[in-house]
Write a protein that binds this ligand. Structure first.
Ligand code: NAP
Ligand code: ZN
Ligand code: ZN
Length: 350
């Protein structure tokens, strides 16, 4: 066991504060990673505040991890000391169910083991995430960060990147398709960049009119302010595909009305309460409402390589660990441009 400096939520109602955690000694197939950067996902807030229920405290959030391999177990074959690597939203799964065999470990029949707010499969010990100086992970759940992406801008790809890449690929978005991205935050800004890189025509649907210029600078072809009178009526039936990244409750029915015949809206955001859904917005135009959760290890590597090839990376605001509670408040106010990333040196030196 190694004592490791971290930041943790002591309970659902208390701000994050310093905590020393123990990391297991690397086993045969483990790599020990010195963490350099960790992105701040809205799921960190949902879970640290127990908005989805079942949270384990104290909680060390963080599942957008980039670091350097500091040690490797005797049987590790994919990574060597010094390699720059990433860890995303899960660190283990059953490895035997149909989804694990297919490389879609996020949908494991026994449940994936979350990078934090989960329990190790063998010991039952709680897992702790990337708001810490090091982490120990089985090599099968570690990603290679390709050259060419600045490391702080690579970290958010491990969740925001794969979460938006996977449904764009799965639902077959192709050049010329009209894609709407709802919510311009961490996930939303990656959806814009990735859908554009895949050749789609992208429109941002936002509650924040002040984000118009940013949206266009990120590559969007158009911007709609959804709080504007008549916005939904004027754009009815316009899109092939809608990526919904909104973190708070909102009316799905209104957005469904923006889809063409046979259009698909995929839910990525996870509001803390259900929303009523009418049949009419779906049946009238044979529309589909779907969901998608992160992506498997194979697809995450594919996404990282795609980003390196297409010059795609996250737009980040780097913060010190002491600013984390303020960053949460700013995200809740929709004031993030477009991902906070913690420089873990601030935890190591502090
Ligand atoms: P974020 O950076 O905070 O962005 C969320 C955006 O949603 C905000 O910037 C805002 O954009 C919009 N929004 C917020 N409140 C709204 C409201 N009441 N009505 C309409 N729009 C609103 O969050 P994130 O990190 O991208 O995460 C977004 C959601 O995805 C969270 O619920 C998170 O837990 C979930 N998530 C899911 C997965 C998955 O696998 N499915 C993975 C990661 C995260 P505008 O200012 O442009 O309106
Ligand atoms: Zn996340
Ligand atoms: Zn499985």
């Amino acid at each position: 066991m190694t004592a490791t400096p971290a930041y943790a939520a002591p309970s659902a109602r208390a701000p994050l504060a310093p905590l020393t955690i123990e990391r297991r000694a690397p086993r045969e197939r483990d790599v020990l990673i010195d963490i350099l950067y960790c992105g701040v996902c809205h799921s960190d807030i949902h879970q640290a505040r127990d908005e989805w229920g079942g949270s384990i405290f104290p909680m060390v959030p963080g599942h957008e991890i980039v670091g350097r391999v500091a040690a490797a177990g005797a049987s590790v074959s994919k990574f060597a000391v010094g390699d720059v690597v990433g860890v995303g939203c899960f660190v283990d799964s059953c490895r035997e169910c149909p989804q694990c065999r297919a490389g879609e470990e996020q949908y494991c029949d026994q449940g994936m083991t979350g990078t934090y707010n989960g329990r190790e499969r063998d010991t039952g010990a709680p897992t702790y995430g990337g708001y810490s100086t090091r982490i120990v992970v089985d090599e099968d759940y570690v990603l290679r960060i390709p050259d060419g992406i600045p490391l702080e801008r690579a970290a958010p790809l491990l969740c925001a990147g794969i979460t938006t890449y996977s449904p764009l690929r799965h639902f077959g978005v192709k050049p010329g398709d009209t894609v709407a991205v709802v919510g311009l935050g961490g996930l939303g800004h990656m959806a814009v960049k990735l859908a554009r890189a895949m050749g789609a025509e992208v429109t941002v649907l936002s509650t924040s009119p002040a984000k118009r210029e940013d949206a266009l600078a990120l590559g969007a072809n158009d911007f709609l302010s959804t709080r504007e009178e008549g916005a939904f009526r004027a754009n009815a039936g316009r899109f092939d595909f809608i990526v919904d990244t909104v973190s708070a409750q909102h009316d799905y029915n209104a957005y469904l009305g923006l889809l063409k015949v046979d259009g698909t809206m995929v839910l990525l955001g996870v509001p803390d309460a259900p929303t009523p859904l009418g049949a009419f917005p779906l049946i009238g135009r044979r529309r589909r409402l779907a969901g998608s959760m992160i992506g498997g290890i194979r697809e995450t590597q594919e996404m990282l390589d795609f980003c390196a090839e297409h010059g795609v990376a996250s737009d980040v605001e780097v913060i010190g660990i002491a600013e984390i509670n303020q960053a949460y408040e700013r995200m809740l106010a929709g004031d993030v441009r477009y991902r906070f990333v913690i420089d873990i040196a601030s935890l190591r030196d502090g």
